[in-house]
Design a protein around this ligand. Structure first.
Ligand SMILES: [Zn+2]
Length: 185
């Protein structure tokens, strides 16, 4: 079972700031981390924090082994932006990929999704956004985060493997996810 995105609290402010600094233009960046599976500690803690409609499956034990997307960092760079579109040019993309591969701050992480802003027009996945998801972030654990810095709204999405359309996912935010997952070697 896939539960959703788990993001460290300290990453929320930088995303908000990059989106509001760019407003009224759009901006974007990448979510860095890895897919992981909840251990029994993580299952109990997630069960206590997740919305009740998601945990009506009964008991925390049923969440053991669930896959989540663990977001450990974010990265961005200069964008080509308008009020309704945003992209990185190929030079910026190359620089970002190089930093992810070589900067010790990003060791063990890879691009597990992207964020972008919809300044003043709400959080949803447009046709273009869905195409981006299908072309670059089509794995089950890949996420898209949309933030509206004007309305102060957030939306989290992933591609449904069955329909090929984007569906909302539940984000869970905490100061630390230490012990929630068994470290992979
Ligand atoms: Zn968009």
């Amino acid at each position: 079972m896939y539960l959703g995105g788990f993001i460290l609290s300290r990453l929320v402010a930088p995303i908000e700031k990059s989106c509001s600094d760019a407003s009224p233009l759009e901006t974007m960046g990448f979510l860095l981390g890895r897919p992981v599976h909840l251990n029994d500690v993580g299952a109990r803690r997630a069960f206590a924090k997740l919305p009740s409609e998601l945990v009506d499956i009964g008991s925390p034990e049923k969440l053991v082994g669930s896959q989540v997307t663990y977001i450990e960092n974010v990265i961005t760079g200069p964008t080509d932006s308008t009020r309704s579109h945003v992209r990185f040019n190929s030079d910026v993309l190359a620089r970002i990929s190089y930093r992810i591969r070589t900067d010790p701050d990003y060791r063990g992480m890879f691009m597990i999704g992207w964020y972008h802003s919809h300044p003043g027009y709400g959080c949803f996945m447009s046709q273009t956004d869905e195409n981006t998801q299908r072309n670059y972030f089509s794995k089950d654990y890949h996420l898209a985060c949309v933030h509206d810095p004007v309305r102060r709204e957030w939306g989290w999405f992933k591609l449904s493997q069955s329909t090929g359309r984007c569906v909302p996912v539940i984000p869970l935010c905490a100061d630390t996810f230490e012990m929630w997952f068994d470290e992979q070697t």
